[in-house]
Write a protein that binds this ligand. Sequence first.
Ligand SMILES: [Zn+2]
Length: 409
Amino acid sequence: MDDKEIEKYVEDLYKELDGKISKEELRKIFNIWLSYNYSPEKVKEKILQKYKPGRILKIGEIKEEMKNINTVGKILTIKLTEKDGRRTYSGIIGDETGTIPFTTSREMPFKKGDVVRITNGYSGYFKDKLRLYIQQNSGVEKLDNYKIERVQTVPSKYTIDKIEGKSRNIETKMRILYAEERETNGKKRVSGIAGDNTGTIPFTAWNKKLEEGKSYIVKGAYAREFKGKIYLTIDENTEILELNEDVPVNEKIITLQEAIKSGIATGWFEGIFLEVSDDSGLIARCPVCRKILKGTECPEHGKVTPINDVIGKATFDDGTASGKVIFLRNEMESILQKNFEEILKMVVSTPGIPVIKEELEKRILLKPYRILGKLSVKDQNFFNITIFEIKPIGNKELSELKERLMGMV
Ligand SMILES: [Zn+2]
């Protein structure tokens, strides 16, 4: 800990104690406590407890092993359990700085939403959780005119593989592997795939800026489950911060068979392209919903001026299963090594020839690739794979792939 950091604490303490103790004195006391190997946060508390007893702590300020805790919080949950004639109240209280579980054998005639002042409590860890204990001689009083509007709940940390459909208030570090921005009813929506070194997850973010390739820490997201797959939702209340360093992403290859069996929506697969479909080429989309149109009529939006787009379809096989792969514009541009304008030009200059299909064949047919894709399984034997990333694979992986493919024959 350097002098600059210490100075920040000294400054805080000086203000907190209304200048009653000089900065010089505070600096001295601070350094003495530090020399006993206490953390600076703990030292700050010890000094405050000593020189400002009886002060009201914010819930977020309650740390381990504190005594004489005075605090005000809103009851978020409360329940009474009776065992062998002993009545115990437990629940969670919080304020705008955090929440803490409480336990007491004292009568607590309160209900959810009540704001209470607690005096002379103490804190400690039980089952890995910091708790507030209210004693028989603690004071507990309901405050009728004290409002706590917003309670800050502390998010729980997750790695991507641990996120379940019912996970709430998620904190996770992730890298955006694929992102696509849309606008729905005037709200900006980014959806895509995020990953860390434990796995990948599809996400949707509302009115947030998340860029492909960048890494973020996300606080307060939640998950939902749809058809057995887990999705991460980032809404306006979710806090996101861009990280300076890349979150490492696991590119562990799974087989299509494993993915289908375990219901994994997205993953890295290695295989070869067996066939390019005839319907690879230019398409027209509804400008509103992006549905692929036959003419200028959208089933949902009526007569529209369609926008041009390009799509590629091919059969992908990894030796365990095969599926129909769909290349969207970005991937088509990168495989054909042409931007969309150049692709359009190419089509116009070769009338009557399925030039996009032929170009695609030239580049991918029977060639080994590693893809990051999302499966949408229609049934066990037929599924689509939307590709987000595609790259040729190296020799080592190639021999493993060959083995798998040979095994299939
Ligand atoms: Zn439409």
